[in-house]
Design a binder for this molecule. Structure first.
Ligand code: RB5
Length: 150
């Protein structure tokens, strides 16, 4: 898969770990955002970049990381068509795929340790969408976007 991943400065160290991990698994990774942990970078810009790349088909999925995961998930979810799931454990990541067909994963680098983060990434990358009644609900979300953004 082609994965867009970006972070602010707070998410930078975890972003590097996650990007390396995905590359070793054979994924193509498009990285963006902060250039170092001690050089401030807005989570807004990082979230926008990933959301745009997922929506225009540059990448198949996105991963966004900031300190808490909150700001950057808010940014991503303001883009119609993005279903960004802020996950703090593997169960949430599995469910975000099975039930919500999440196309962006958000994590907080100050919230989850790196081994838990990689478990969350595994669940997000490997869990299929269940479809069925969950497809109906995702379709309803899309209808809501059409109504609110027309
Ligand atoms: C940066 O200090 C911090 O505000 C940011 O990483 C994030 O946690 C915001 O939601």
């Amino acid at each position: 898969m082609i994965i867009s991943i970006a972070s602010d400065h707070a998410g930078y160290p975890l972003r590097k770990i996650v990007a390396d991990y995905l590359i070793k698994q054979g994924h193509t990774v498009i990285e963006g955002g902060a250039t170092a942990a001690d050089v401030p970078y807005s989570y807004v810009l990082a979230g926008q970049k990933v959301a745009k790349e997922v929506l225009d088909g540059t990448s198949d999925r996105g991963i966004v990381i900031c300190g808490t995961g909150i700001g950057i998930s808010m940014v991503a979810n303001k883009f119609p068509g993005i279903r960004c799931a802020l996950c703090t454990n593997e169960y949430m990541a599995r469910m975000s795929r099975q039930h919500n067909d999440a196309n962006v994963l958000a994590m907080g680098a100050r919230v989850v340790g790196s081994s838990l983060a990689l478990g969350i990434v595994d669940a997000y990358m490997n869990e299929p969408f269940d479809g069925g009644r969950h497809q109906t609900r995702v379709n309803d979300m899309k209808e809501q976007e059409k109504e609110l953004f027309k």
